[in-house]
Write a protein that binds this ligand. Structure first.
Ligand code: MOS
Length: 739
C-alpha cells in the first residue's frame, strides 16, 4: 500500500481555514435570519421575583423576549438528559442556582437590536446568600450518585493500603489543589436554528453531531430523524463542545416561536457561564514506599465541586489506579454542590488534574528517597494493568522515558534542588509521566469511488481542530491506492453514518477503522470488476495478483499490465462503487488494559526577585499506537503541553465569594498562555504497534499530551527553587510568599 498514513500531510482543510473559506456554525448565510442574545442572572442564588420585559418588547426590531413566563414547557426535561447540564437551565421555572444562569433570551432583526433590548429587561430578584466556592461547601461533600454515568463505583481499592501505609518506612501525605479553569476555545459556542415544518436544522459548533441531535430531539420530544445537525468546522472544543448546552435548545425554541431562523453566538464573557468548566480539585495523596523506593501503598482522595442542580465529577483518582505497580491502592471521589454552573469534561478530565497531583507526589517521594525522579518511575513500572488485572494491549512508556530523557539531556541534571543559578535566575528541570485510556466506540463510514478516479469518504464525525478531515483522507487514500489529492473527506453532518462524540480522544481510533473497512470493501469490489472484464490487461487475473497505486490497478508481477481506476469502472459500465461499514470495538477488548503513555521533561527559569517562572525548554515523548499523521500529531502534542503550561503557571477562574460571580470572565484576565510564554517544544513520537486496540492499531492522541505537563513544570519549579507549591497555578506571589 502507498504510505500516506503516517506521513505529515498538510491539513486538507488548512487553506480553507486560513483564507476564511471554512464556514463555522455562526457563519451560515440563511435568508431572513433573526439574532438572539441571552439574558443572564446577576445573583448567585434565589429566584426571579419580577421581570419586566415591556420596554424590551417595544424596542426597535424586537421579535421575542423569552423568559420563564412565556417559554414553552419542554417535554423532555424530566427524562434523563444525555449528558449532565443539557436540560438546565431552560427557562422552565424562576429559580436561580448560579450567577450567570440564563433567565431570558431576546430575539431581534439584528444582533445590535437584540443586545440593546436585552439591557432593557428589568429584573427584581429574591436573593439568598450563595455557596460560591468549593472551600465553603466541604461539609457538604458526599459520595457521587452518577460517577462515570454509573458505569463504575466512585471508590476503588485493592489490598490494604492503610495498613501498608502505616508500616512503611518512607511515606508522604500531601494535598494538592487545582483551580476552576475554563476551556476558552478560539471559536465561541455558536448555533443557528431553523425549522421547516416539524423538522429542525441546527448549524451547531459541536464535538458531537449525533449526541447533539439526540439531546435536542429528546428535549422537544420529537424523533431524532426530525433534527438535522451540521457542524462542518469547529474552532476548538476541549470538552466544552461535547455537550449540547441549554443555549442551543433555547435558540431552537426561539426559532420555533418566531418562525424565523435564529442565530446565537455566546460572547466571550458568556463562555464562562454557559458551557461548563473544569472543577476545582482538592486532592490528598498518600504514598508509601519501601527503602528501595518501591511503592507499597497509594491513597488518592479527591474532593470536587458540582452544581446544586446536577452532578459532574472530575475523576481525579482514575490514573492512580493503574499508573504504577503497587499492591495496596485506594481511590475515593467526593463531590460538593455549590452555586455555580455545572462543571464538565475539560481536556483530559481526571487524568490532567489527577496526574498533576500523583506526579507531583511521586516527585516529592523521589526527593525524600534521594532517588532520581525518573529512576523512581522505572522502579515502579507497571508491567501489567493491575487495576484491571490483565495485560496491556501494548505499552511503550519505557521507550518514552528513554527517548524523552535523551532528547532533553536528563542525565546531565544536577541532583540537588536550588543549586543551579545564573544571577537572579534559578534553573531547574522536572519530569512527569502521561497516560490516557485508548477509548473506542462504534462508528460508521461510507466510501464512494467514482469513474473519474476520485473518492469521497463520508462519516458524520467532527473535526474539532485535531485534523480529522486529513486523516480520513489518508486512511481512505491508502486503502484505495489513491493519492490523497484524489480523496475528498466530508464530515460533520448527522445525515452521514453515525459516530460517537469527539471526546475521550476516541475519534481516530473509532472512525478510522470504519473508513478503512469501507474503503477495503470498495477496493475488493473494484478488483472483482477488473478481473471480470472481458478484455484488458487485468482480465482473468486473480484479485490477489493485483495491487492499486496512484489511481491505477496493476499486476504485481508485471506492473506494466495496468489500467486506471476510472477506465475499469467505465468499461464495466459503472458510475461508482460504494460501501458503508460500521465498526465496533473488538469483542475481546476487555481482556487488555488499553492506554496510551508518555513522558514530559521541562526546564524552567525562575526569577528570584520577581517570582516569575518561564518555561525555557521542553520535551514531550508519546506512544499512542499508530500515528496517522506526523504533523497533526505533533501539533496536537504541542497544544496539549501549552495547555499544561497554562495549568501550571497562569490559568485560574476567580469567583467572588459574596456574589458567586466569575470576576475574570475574559481572556485579558483569565490568562491562557500566549506565544511569548511558550518555548520551542520538542515532540518525540515513539513508534508503537498495538495488535489489539483496533484494525489500524490507533490509540488516540487527543488528550494524552496534556496529562502530566503541569506536574513536570511544577516539579521543575521545585528543582529550581527548592520550594514546593502545591496549589496551581504557580503565580509569582506564591513563590515570593514562600521565600
Ligand atoms: Mo474531551 S474533555 O473528552 O472533549
Amino acid at each position: 500500500m502507498a504510505a500516506s498514513i503516517g506521513a505529515g500531510l498538510n491539513r486538507v482543510d488548512g487553506h480553507l481555514k486560513v483564507s476564511g473559506g471554512a464556514r463555522y456554525a455562526g457563519e451560515e448565510p440563511i435568508a431572513n435570519m433573526a439574532h438572539a442574545v441571552l439574558i443572564q442572572s446577576t445573583i448567585g442564588k434565589g429566584r426571579v421575583a419580577e421581570i419586566d420585559t415591556g420596554a424590551a418588547e417595544r424596542a426597535p426590531g424586537v421579535l421575542l423576549v423569552l423568559t420563564a413566563r412565556n417559554a414553552p414547557k419542554l417535554p423532555g426535561t424530566k427524562a434523563n438528559p444525555r449528558r449532565p447540564g443539557e436540560a438546565y437551565p431552560l427557562l422552565q421555572d424562576d429559580t436561580v442556582d448560579y450567577n450567570g444562569q440564563h433567565i431570558g433570551l431576546v430575539v431581534a432583526e439584528t444582533f445590535e437590536q437584540a443586545t440593546h433590548a436585552a439591557r432593557l429587561v428589568a429584573v427584581r430578584y429574591a436573593e439568598e446568600p450563595p455557596l460560591a466556592r468549593l472551600e465553603q461547601a466541604l461539609d457538604k461533600a458526599m459520595v457521587p450518585k452518577h460517577f462515570r454515568d454509573g458505569a463504575r463505583e466512585p471508590d476503588s481499592r485493592r489490598g490494604d493500603p492503610e495498613a501498608a501505609f502505616a508500616a512503611a518506612p518512607v511515606k508522604l501525605d500531601q494535598t494538592y489543589t487545582t483551580p476552576v479553569e475554563h476551556h476558552n476555545p478560539m471559536e465561541p459556542h455558536a448555533v443557528t436554528a431553523a425549522w421547516d415544518g416539524g423538522k429542525l436544522t441546527l448549524y451547531h459548533s459541536t464535538q458531537g453531531v449525533f449526541p447533539s441531535r439526540k439531546t435536542v430531539a429528546g428535549l422537544f420530544g420529537i424523533p431524532v430523524d426530525d433534527v438535522h445537525v451540521i457542524s462542518h468546522y469547529v474552532g476548538g472544543g476541549f470538552g466544552t463542545k461535547g455537550s449540547t448546552w441549554p443555549h442551543v435548545t433555547l435558540t431552537a425554541v426561539a426559532s420555533r416561536m418566531t418562525k424565523r431562523p435564529v442565530k446565537l453566538m455566546l460572547t466571550r464573557r458568556q463562555m464562562y457561564s454557559s458551557n461548563g468548566y473544569r472543577s476545582k480539585t482538592i486532592q490528598r495523596l498518600r504514598l508509601a514506599a519501601d527503602a528501595d523506593g518501591r511503592l507499597v501503598a497509594m491513597m488518592h482522595d479527591g474532593i470536587l465541586q458540582t452544581a446544586t442542580f446536577g452532578e459532574f465529577v472530575e475523576p481525579v483518582g482514575l490514573p492512580t489506579e493503574m499508573m504504577y505497580a503497587c499492591p495496596n491502592v485506594a481511590v475515593t471521589h467526593r463531590v460538593a454542590p455549590i452555586n455555580a454552573g455545572l462543571p464538565t469534561f475539560m481536556r483530559a478530565p481526571g487524568e490532567a488534574t489527577g496526574m498533576y497531583a500523583l506526579e507531583s507526589a511521586m516527585d516529592e517521594l523521589a526527593a525524600q528517597l534521594a532517588v532520581d525522579p525518573l529512576e523512581l518511575r522505572l522502579r515502579n513500572y507497571a508491567e501489567r494493568d493491575e487495576h484491571g488485572d490483565r495485560p496491556w494491549s501494548s505499552k511503550s512508556l519505557k521507550a518514552c522515558y528513554e527517548r524523552g530523557a535523551a532528547a532533553f539531556g536528563w542525565a546531565r541534571r544536577n541532583r540537588r534542588a536550588g543549586a543551579t543559578r545564573e544571577g537572579d535566575v534559578l534553573i531547574g528541570s522536572g519530569m512527569a509521566s502521561a497516560t490516557y485510556p485508548a477509548n473506542r466506540s462504534q462508528a460508521g463510514a461510507t466510501v464512494r469511488l467514482g469513474a473519474d478516479g476520485t473518492a469521497v469518504v463520508r462519516s458524520g464525525t467532527q473535526d474539532i481542530g485535531t485534523g480529522t478531515y486529513t486523516i480520513m483522507t489518508q486512511v481512505a487514500a491508502d486503502a484505495l491506492g489513491l493519492p490523497p489529492s484524489r480523496v475528498i473527506a466530508e464530515l460533520g453532518d448527522s445525515a452521514m453514518p453515525a459516530t460517537p462524540v469527539s471526546g475521550g480522544s476516541q475519534t481516530a481510533a473509532s472512525v478510522m477503522p470504519a473508513i478503512h473497512a469501507a474503503a477495503k470493501a470498495v477496493r475488493e469490489q473494484l478488483l472483482a470488476l477488473a478481473v471480470g472484464l472481458n478484455d484488458g490487461p487485468l482480465a482473468g487475473a486473480k484479485p490477489a495478483d493485483i495491487d492499486i497505486a496512484n489511481g491505477a490497478l496493476f499486476l504485481v508481477r508485471d506492473p506494466s499490465q495496468r489500467e486506471d481506476i476510472g477506465a475499469v469502472l467505465s468499461r464495466a459500465g459503472r458510475d461508482a462503487i460504494a460501501a458503508t461499514r460500521d465498526v465496533q470495538p473488538a469483542a475481546d477488548a476487555k481482556k487488555y488494559g488499553m492506554h496510551a503513555f508518555g513522558a514530559h521533561f521541562a526546564e524552567v527559569r525562575v526569577d528570584t526577585a520577581l517570582g516569575e517562572v518561564r518555561v525555557s525548554r521542553y520535551v514531550g515523548a508519546f506512544a499512542a499506537g499508530r500515528i496517522l499523521n506526523a504533523k497533526t500529531a505533533r501539533s496536537q502534542a504541542i497544544g496539549g503541553i501549552v495547555y499544561g503550561l497554562g495549568m501550571a503557571l497562569t490559568e485560574e477562574t476567580h469567583v467572588d465569594a459574596r456574589t458567586a460571580r466569575i470576576v475574570n470572565a475574559n481572556i485579558a484576565e483569565y490568562l491562557v498562555p500566549v506565544h511569548a510564554d511558550v518555548p520551542a517544544i520538542e515532540i518525540v513520537l515513539v513508534d508503537e504497534d498495538d495488535p489489539h486496540v483496533n484494525a489500524l492499531g490507533i490509540k488516540g492522541l487527543g488528550e494524552l499530551p496534556m496529562v502530566g505537563a503541569a506536574a513536570a513544570i511544577a516539579n521543575a519549579v521545585y528543582h529550581a527553587t527548592g520550594r514546593r507549591v502545591r496549589d496551581m497555578p504557580i503565580r509569582p506571589d506564591k513563590l515570593i510568599a514562600a521565600s
